[in-house]
Design a protein. Structure first.
Length: 71
């Protein structure tokens, strides 16, 4: 579990989507107050399973390098 305000977590106030690119782990962020709790997580799953195959297929259909966006 990561602190949302931890060093290197936010990019211009947002969770950076490519922080876990190529890594096989997940980050979970929890913050809240007496009334509400917010849970966010990020995971890079584009290199695995059907999502990677879908990106590869789209690349082929668009006529670009098969590995674009995967490596």
């Amino acid at each position: 579990v990561m602190p949302v305000m931890g060093e290197g977590v936010l990019a211009d106030g947002f969770l950076a989507g490519n922080t876990l690119s190529g890594r096989n782990d997940m980050e979970i962020f929890v913050c809240g107050n007496d009334d509400r709790v917010v849970l966010c997580s990020r995971l890079d799953n584009l290199g695995k399973g059907a999502s990677g195959a879908a990106v590869q297929c789209l690349n082929i259909m668009m006529g670009i390098e098969e590995t674009t966006g995967l490596i």
